[in-house]
Write a protein that binds this ligand. Structure first.
Ligand code: NAD
Length: 503
């Protein structure tokens, strides 16, 4: 862990201007304009970021295309390619403190949480190195005495990766590792609100000395740079994480060039607490699941369904916890909730508190200490007396706001939990093992946890159903997305061939 003295020195290292990274070089944007990168805690400028647009995307895609078609990356010996991947992992480990610091500074996420999050990033690379080494196996089919058919896994081409601001480094590496390990080349368009750690990723990859053009970063806005990447005919696939509405736009815009799309989208996930649950553990998990990462978490348990018989006690305990949550400077190690990413998002989250009032719910939230008035703080909030048809129970707020509802029995809560457009995650708390499984099977979501908070294993599938996404990331699901399976048919005898035109 770094001391406050070291934090100051990290601060001095922040570059005034952040460049794009194209064809192995750090470069300005063609148009030459920049985006002001703001600090969510002070609302002062951190630095300026090159604003990439379609010209820059064209350059980056051309570099990635050239590297894919004619460079050594996809054809080099697997052992050598994996050496690069392990080198990236080692370089990330060497820079963990800096990455955690940049991430907290840039996003407002508390540094104790960014440390945990980024410490998993190097494992993304090691995991996919191991996976590719073990998974480059195909199927073989004997076809009578005439053919032997077999499959191979080939890289797809140029991968376009588009990422959000809420867990930038983790999500970028989570996509980049399988894309590179399987032999693709990449253009990354990181979120415009959190460019610092993506820039550090480019520095790390530059240090790892990957062949030119294999990895490119174009900062810029979604509607310009992101859009150009999505529509580019030389890009074969798009892996996107972000809002559901953005996802649907991307699917439409990628249709003309027929790209494969992996979509990790929004959520409004239920946590269901039955009266027989382990009260204290369910309470801990519920509070952590909504207020960690400032509530800006796709898998946040933002809808609590608590069984009527224990509602009074549970809500009382929740209120006490919420009152005690420590707001503060994201760079302070003891801070539990920091400021939201930017003023726009702050206004959106605040607007939902007004909507809650209008809808007749009760809003319980603490005060923001005066010393933090410059930051984009929304105090941890409970919305009580809510019902499932209200907007606050249906729409993704993406902030530290928990909508609390009650239920009578299992049938009712399953109906309520599923009566929502999203289907990313769900959490079930009960000590009745049969009921735990039963409810988990019936909740419409891609990922369920029973008597657990959101603990993940890299081998398992990650993704949502309904409006929360298409496809899965993680494990071999990532491998499958970034590879094209080919079948090779080889004749081992003289099978009959039609003789058209022969007299
Ligand atoms: P966003 O959709 O606004 O932006 C995500 C990325 O898409 C950014 O890089 C943005 O510049 C780009 N973009 C925007 N418009 C585009 C367009 N027309 N064409 C191409 N690119 C475009 O999302 P956000 O606000 O950055 O992130 C928060 C959202 O992400 C929440 O909804 C959250 O639930 C979701 N999320 C989902 C997961 C998951 O795994 N399911 C994980 C993290 C975040």
């Amino acid at each position: 862990m770094v001391s406050s003295h070291e934090l100051v020195s990290l601060k001095h290292e922040i570059q005034k201007n952040i460049s794009l990274y194209i064809n192995g070089e750090f470069t300005k944007a063609v148009i030459g304009t920049t985006i002001k990168n703001m600090n969510p805690f002070t609302n002062e400028r951190i630095n300026e970021v090159a604003e990439g647009q379609s010209e820059d995307i064209n350059k980056a895609v051309a570099a990635a295309r050239e590297a894919f078609d004619h460079g050594p990356w996809k054809t080099m010996k697997l052992k050598k390619r994996m050496e690069y991947i392990y080198r990236i992992a080692n370089l990330i480990d060497e820079d963990i403190e800096r990455i955690a610091y940049l991430e907290a500074l840039d996003t407002g996420l508390p540094i104790s949480q960014t440390r945990n999050m980024v410490s998993r990033a190097s494992e993304n690379f090691r995991f996919y190195a191991r996976m590719v080494e073990s998974r480059l196996v195909g199927d073989a089919y004997q076809v009578d005495d005439e053919f032997i058919n077999y499959t191979i896994n080939a890289p797809v081409g140029v991968a376009g990766l588009i990422t959000p601001w809420n867990a930038p480094f983790m999500l970028e590496t989570w996509k980049l590792a399988p894309a590179l390990a399987t032999g693709n080349t990449v253009v990354l368009k990181p979120a415009e609100l959190s460019p610092l750690s993506a820039n550090l990723l480019a520095e790390i990859i530059h240090k790892a000395d990957l062949p030119k053009g294999v990895f490119n970063v174009v900062h810029g806005y979604g509607e310009t740079a992101g859009d150009a990447l999505v529509k580019h005919p030389d890009v074969q696939l798009i892996s996107f994480t972000g809002e559901t509405t953005t996802g649907t736009t991307i699917i439409k815009n990628s249709a003309d060039t027929l790209k494969s799309c992996s979509m990790e989208l929004g959520g409004k996930s239920p946590i269901i607490v039955f009266e027989d649950a382990d009260f204290d553990r369910a309470l801990d998990a519920c509070v952590w699941g909504i207020y960690s990462f400032n509530g800006e978490r796709c898998t946040a348990n933002s809808r609590l369904f608590i069984q009527e018989s224990i509602q009074a006690e549970f809500i009382k305990a929740l209120k006490q916890r919420v009152e005690n949550i420590k707001l503060g400077d994201p760079l302070n190690a003891s801070t539990e909730v920091g400021p939201l990413i930017d003023k726009g998002h702050y206004n959106k989250v605040k607007s939902y508190l007004a909507i809650a009032h209008e809808e007749g719910a009760e809003v319980v939230s603490g005060d923001i200490p005066n010393e933090f008035e410059k930051g984009n703080f929304v105090a941890p909030t409970l919305i009580l007396n809510a019902s499932n048809n209200m907007r606050i129970a249906q729409e993704e707020i993406f902030g530290p706001v928990l909508t609390v509802m009650t239920f009578k029995d299992e049938d009712e809560v399953i109906k309520l939990a599923n009566d929502v457009d999203y289907g990313l995650a769900g959490y079930v708390w009960t000590n009745d093992i049969k009921r735990g499984h039963r409810v988990a099977h019936k909740v419409e979501a891609g990922m369920l946890w029973v008597n657990a908070q959101n603990v993940r294993d890299l081998r398992t599938p990650f993704g949502g159903s309904k409006s929360s996404g298409i496809g899965r990331e993680g494990g071999h699901y990532g491998f499958d997305f970034y590879t094209e399976q080919k079948i090779i048919h080889v004749s081992i005898a003289d099978h009959r061939i039609q003789q058209f035109g022969k007299n």
